[in-house]
Design a protein around this ligand. Sequence first.
Ligand SMILES: [Zn+2]
Ligand SMILES: [Zn+2]
Length: 122
Amino acid sequence: MPLEQAGLCPQHTNPPPNSLKEAREATWLCMEEQEQLCGECAEKHRKSKQTRSHTLIDLRMCVNESRSVLSNLELEVMELIKDTETNAIRGKTLIEMIESRKARYRLSQEERLNRTIQALRA
Ligand SMILES: [Zn+2]
Ligand SMILES: [Zn+2]
């Protein structure tokens, strides 16, 4: 798909250019067709006989999920900063541990995002 349409529902952006003003944000991804869908199209997708068995991925949930994991990590870091005040050496080691956990998490999210991007480009 053309790059400028990524993130928009193709059903609500085609045919261009007149319908672009109705462009809707794609919030779902159909794994079978590897197509992005807006909320309304996802609803139709679930009801239609031909497409109701398709797997729909909630793109917003992917984002929220990574946000909540990251904010939990922030809380842990805050706890560690308190800890650093009483035990600098131990705290430093733990912060390094958290940082490496964060890096690992970021890596797995990147892999997941890359898989999604590849699916969207196919
Ligand atoms: Zn589908
Ligand atoms: Zn749509």
